[in-house]
Design a protein around this ligand. Structure first.
Ligand code: GLN
Length: 239
């Protein structure tokens, strides 16, 4: 039987990978390879992507990236998401997929309006959202670390990724965290999120394979005891 393969697009690795978000690429790669799945990491050529990842960044890098993203790249990214290709977008990347990000200073950074959401940074009027965070994702606890000034507000045409059990989440007010549209996931969870939450990493890998091969895929289970021990110790500390 031919081996399964996954082409993972890592967008703007040099500019958008704050707080170790590159760890998510390592986890997606390893947890696929441990199952005999051939992995190809690309940095360009959105058309070829079976799974898309973009990490977080500070406002300065977001301004640089937005100019590039608003070339034809943004439109191809939209098409891929409309086709159901899974994507994981962290913090500043998440903000790009909304209608706009209004920094505390400077001009509004337009978004791709893939998520019906907008983000505004209130400067010193509201505290920066920093710290460990725990969310409920479909009944499972996911842990991470957040560090963002922007506050995101969801519209009616998008659903939250999770509900905040501990931490700020989207805006520290409505208990929502992140956003989901089709198979595109936006979240404020750095950490990085995937090493701390293998169940979500496997969810993304499985979804990407099912969309690519147009059939149900059952992933071989892996020994997650180390990851679960790490998550347990984090939860004991913060919840
Ligand atoms: N610059 C954005 C904010 O502060 C995103 C920061 C990040 O990606 N961690 O809200």
């Amino acid at each position: 039987m031919n081996k399964l393969s996954l082409t993972i697009l890592w967008m703007y690795p040099d500019l958008m990978s704050t707080y170790g978000d590159r760890g998510n690429i390592i986890v997606l790669t390893k947890r696929s390879q441990w199952r005999g799945i051939v992995v190809n990491i690309i940095e360009n050529g959105i058309e070829k992507a079976d799974l898309i990842f973009m990490g977080g960044a500070q406002d300065r890098q977001q301004k640089i990236v937005s100019r590039d993203l608003f070339s034809k790249k943004g439109e191809i990214l939209r098409q891929k998401i409309e086709e159901g290709v899974p994507g994981l977008f962290i913090c500043g990347a998440y903000q790009f997929l909304g209608h706009y990000y209004l920094p505390a200073e400077g001009d509004k950074i337009p978004g791709l309006s893939i998520f019906d959401a907008y983000t505004r940074h209130y400067g010193l009027q509201k505290p920066r959202a920093i710290g460990n965070i725990v969310i409920d994702w479909n009944g499972k606890k996911l842990v991470g670390f957040e560090n963002h000034g922007g506050r995101t507000y969801l519209g009616k045409k998008v659903r939250p990724f999770g509900l905040v059990l501990k931490g700020y989440g989207n805006n520290g007010e409505d208990k929502t965290e992140g956003a989901v549209y089709k198979n595109a996931y936006g979240t404020y969870l750095h950490g990085p999120i995937l090493p701390k939450n293998p169940e979500f990493a496997d969810f993304l890998i499985q979804k990407a394979l099912e969309v690519k091969y147009k059939k149900e895929i059952k992933l071989k289970s892996l020994d997650n005891s180390l990851e679960q021990q790490a998550k347990k110790s984090i939860l004991q500390k913060i919840v």
